[in-house]
Ligand binder design. Sequence first.
Ligand code: GAF
Length: 378
Amino acid sequence: MIGALHRLFRESFGAMPELVARAPGRVNLIGEHTDYNDGFVLPCAISRQTMVAARRRDDQQVRIVAGDLGGATTSFSLAEPVTPDSAAPWSNYVRGVVDGLLDAGIDLPGADLAIMGDMPQGAGLSSSAALENAAGLGLAALAGQPNFDRTRLALIGQRAEHRFAGCQCGIMDQLVSARAVAGSALLIDCRSLECSPVPLPDGLAVMIVHSGIERGLVDGEYNLRRQQCEAAARHFGVAALRDLDMLPDPGGLDPVTYARARHVVGENARTVAAADALRGGELTRLGELIAESHAAMRDDFAITLPAIDGLVALLQDAIGSQGGARMTGGGFGGAVVGLLPLSEVERIRGAVLAGYRTPDGQPPLVMIEAPAAGASLI
Ligand code: GAF
């Protein structure tokens, strides 16, 4: 990919880039919709990633070319306030990061940027967080800060989502893409932002199956879930649902909002327990927790779809008691994750390819992942 990226940069801007930054996508093993409730998540970074090649300019222009979008281009000036552009929505992640870096007092030069990645679109594997982090790190490096603090980088990416993309997301995607450790999942306390690597046991495979149902236009549902969780926290008199170890009686809370809270309170406990099970190599326990997580996302949080439930059931049946499967990510499409013995990969891949078809009738994309490292300059 790096050769193609260099070529794109040279053809677009007539010179070689000064540097290339990369940031990975992620798959969340467990801990869904807990991050914006100040809770726990257990994602790992994946080998699929986004790269941004960058070169300083002498003026205040920022020019961007997107290799994955047929060479689409856009530009803006640092001399004026940076704003979202509805004509090039793909560029809003970069615009938002530029605005965040400027707001943080980073003295950004003008820049030429070329973007390229190998993330499947609409799979819910955080291609936007990967783009934010790669662009942010590349720009910070151009401004003389190649070791820019990774937590700060993640917070700037999250700010870009909130202000430039309209998604009131939590911090999980940006933080794991910025701070992941190769070979490990990351147990993140989304209140303190403490990240504890949890090494994956030898012989455990992470399988990702893209349902082919693209996540799209679902920010409204996502933001609604967040509002419901915040309403539940207010009702129970806590700062965030993280503060509840046990679910209280509803006390007049409507059943839908109560069910949302039940998912989050249970999911926080499941996530901490799953990190322990992973550390201990207890695949059966891990599988049970992951199955409970999926059931709660389906029944209490209402973010799965019948076709996704069917794919998860297929994978769970094929895996049996040594591991488990669930939908991963924000919901309403995207990917399913399975944890299973490495020795069973080919049999289980075969079962998935034989038993599931995407909405356009194709066998699904199946990826076997080893946890990758967080954002870096290359
Ligand atoms: C999306 C969001 F961006 C994350 O912050 C997280 O809330 C996730 O959905 C659900 O766990 O990926």
